[in-house]
Design a protein around this ligand. Structure first.
Ligand code: 6R9
Length: 654
């Protein structure tokens, strides 16, 4: 056992088999089929992907070598010519899909729009022509800072069509964060909107763009503005242009650029361990294939499915599984501008009911929020159209999983818990809904073609149920190619932590995990969130899971703080369900509850009640801040990514 071994204590034993009625209609129906696919891919990964690339995608010119692997740099489908917007649009226009809804959009105030494949294609071509006329060429970068409206997907596809790389910046980021990203990407154009709706208020996006590019962003020559909220904004003569005006005379014909398979498709910035965001680079051919295949098999997609992913397009989940994966498959993808809010806590379930959503994909943090809002909201709506549920973004605590299964899925929908990252481009660990028995809290098994393992620092596999580092051992088509303009950072961040003696390169994802007796992976969270209590390593997630399983607890975040005796001690921040109030007695009860669920070593030294937990705008708890608070230190690091700054003030006051 290496020092990297992480002890994993919480053992979830429940197993849920795919319902027979589901399996009968699924395209991959059994573990036998999964095992066959997995073995085939493992034996010859490049051959496996080459066959699928040939069968599933349109290539203008076939590639030569399937994989050129010069660790840690991979090239897939070398010299192949392809265009992802062609695969997402044009190829669906000849058959029955031409009048099929490609994008169904619901705005927060209740307005809506449906674009068929034909209509979406037309608008994409128009925007492609408009930005071309602004001088945007193949290889240029375009910043996209938008609300959740159809034009956001249109902008991404328009860039892809002419070979410009997009860099979408989440509309909730501040102008400072936007500025840093536009500078790093050296964007030539920014596509934005006057504003967007969020929780009954207008988010002034154009104002933020004005601030971001006012100084020191000389690369940006033009701003294309979509009219959404219609409040007054400034339009700078010669620089700013209204989309609806330019669209009027734009041709709906724009031939797709023949892109090299390895040409840059997009740069998406993500937080790392340092304060400086990393520009994750994805290229065209491999990303197209991998998001296509993972969407197809993981969601068992059928032609009449109505698929809804609640992520924002500003994150990788929105890129891969609102836009590219679904459209490449000719599916109907739903996009929703709003978020559950006090004025409409049931809005998600209204969307499911209104459009007959069959596949619903969201995050554990949202599920926990729904639990807190109460079952009456989903219970009042007809959710019977649902057939698959998905989750992504963080480990899901078994209690939230069970609630999702029962209250939303009516115990008939398989849950696909998909583990992956901005860097991986697509799902790495995931059940296939017609085949894989699921266990609440486990992302189950690798997607066929993915060779994943849990290892120690030298890259040796650790034993059954022993914790370690989650790694990927063979290149896959949608892996990130590098950090934008920074190969060194790419190498040192992802390829040097785990150093096998034989010099082999393993991709280290930054997560700790264990593999159980069935080979199922249990992701325990980032390794920097792992505590060491009296020499025992313990996942913060495990303690959180235990706390959340207590009826009083709405949400919990656990960090460690230095402790003279134990090395580190467990420190828990807890928000309570509305019907409970804070008391010392409840603190004691919760501590006892953790002891009962996990064992004495996990007993929190301290529990602090909080009104809310500090989160990034994508809903991830910022543990770094909680560690500072727990240790009684000043907060360290960038607070600009925080959703709600007042949360910190309250926590500081205790
Ligand atoms: C897709 C996305 C990546 C990190 C990743 C891990 C956590 C994502 C998870 C999960 C457990 C899952 N994560 N999915 N942990 N189970 N199903 O979220 O990308 O924003 O880059 O975050 O999120 O810690 O390393 P990204």
């Amino acid at each position: 056992m290496s020092e990297a071994t992480i002890e994993s204590i919480l053992q979830e034993k429940r197993v849920f088999n795919p319902p027979t009625e589901f399996t009968e209609k699924a395209s991959i129906k059994s573990m036998e089929e999964y095992n066959k696919l997995y073995a085939l891919a493992k034996q010859d990964p490049t051959g496996f992907w080459a066959k699928l690339a040939e069968k599933e995608l349109h290539w203008f010119k076939r590639w030569g070598k399937t994989l050129d692997w010069q660790p840690p740099f991979a090239k897939w489908f070398v010299n192949g010519k392809i265009n992802i917007s062609y695969n997402c649009l044009d190829r669906h226009l000849t058959g029955h899909r031409k009048d099929k809804p490609a994008l169904i959009w619901e705005g927060e105030p209740g307005d809506s729009r449906t674009l068929t494949y034909t209509q979406l294609h037309q608008e994409v071509c128009q925007m492609a022509n408009v930005i071309k006329a602004m001088g945007v060429k193949k290889g240029d970068r375009v910043g996209i800072y938008m609300p959740m409206i159809p034009e956001t997907a249109i902008a991404m596809l328009a860039c892809a069509r002419i070979g410009a790389a997009h860099s979408v910046v989440f509309g909730g980021f501040s102008s400072e964060a936007l500025k840093a990203r536009l500078q790093d990407a050296e964007a030539k154009l920014v596509i934005t909107a006057d504003g967007g709706w969020r929780k009954d208020k207008i988010v002034p996006l154009k104002d933020a763009v004005d601030n971001a590019i006012a100084t020191d962003v000389p690369s940006v020559k033009n701003v294309l503005v979509v009219q959404r909220t219609k409040q007054d904004i400034e339009m700078k003569e010669g620089r700013d242009h209204w989309w609806h005006e330019l669209k009027e005379n734009a041709s709906t014909d724009c031939p797709p650029e023949h892109m090299d398979s390895e040409d840059l498709l997009f740069v998406l910035y993500t937080s790392g361990t340092t304060g400086q965001p990393k520009g994750v680079v994805h290229t065209t051919g491999g990303y197209n294939l991998y998001t296509h295949m993972t969407f197809k098999w993981t969601f068992d997609i059928k032609d009449d499915d109505v698929y809804w992913c609640t992520a924002d397009v500003g994150w990788i989940t929105g890129h891969s599984y609102i836009v590219y994966g679904p459209l490449s498959n000719g599916a109907t993808t739903v996009m929703y501008e709003g978020a559950p809010r006090p004025s409409n806590p049931g809005c998600f379930w209204d969307v499911v009911e209104k459009y007959g959503v069959t596949i619903f994909y969201t995050a554990p943090t949202a599920i926990r929020a729904f639990i807190k809002m109460g079952d009456e909201h989903p219970n009042k709506r007809d959710l019977s159209s649902l057939r698959i549920l998905g989750t992504v973004g963080e480990p899901i605590n078994p209690e939230a999983w069970i609630w999702y299964h029962k209250v939303i899925g009516n115990e008939k929908c398989p849950i696909v818990d998909t583990w992956w990252q901005t860097e991986t481009g697509g799902f790495m660990l995931t059940p296939l809904p017609g085949a894989t028995p699921t266990k609440p809290g486990s992302a189950t098994l690798p997607f066929p073609g993915i060779i994943a393992d849990v290892v120690d620092l030298e890259g040796n596999s650790v034993g059954e149920n022993e914790g370690g580092y989650l790694v990927i051992k063979h290149p896959w088509p949608s892996m990130m190619r590098t950090v934008y303009k920074n190969d060194d950072r790419f190498r040192s961040t992802y390829w040097e932590h785990i150093a096998p003696k034989d010099g082999k390169y393993l991709y280290f994802a930054g997560d700790g995990a264990r593999k159980d007796e069935d080979g199922y992976f249990w992701v325990m969270g980032r390794v920097d969130d792992v505590m060491n209590i009296s020499g025992h390593r313990l996942g913060t997630m495990e303690v959180e899971s235990a706390l959340v399983s207590h009826p009083a607890v709405a949400e919990a975040a656990v960090v460690s703080r230095p402790d003279e005796l134990k090395g580190e001690d467990v420190y828990a921040f807890v928000t309570l369900e509305d019907s409970y109030s804070e008391s010392d007695e409840l603190k004691q009860q919760l501590k006892q509850h953790v002891v009962k669920e996990i064992g004495a070593i996990a007993r929190p030294g301290e529990i602090r009640f909080a009104d809310a937990l500090p989160k990034t705008r994508s809903g991830k708890i910022i543990r770094r801040f909680l560690r500072n608070l727990a240790a009684g230190e000043e907060l360290v690091g960038d607070i600009s990514t925080m959703e709600d700054l007042s949360v910190l003030d309250k926590l500081r006051q205790g």
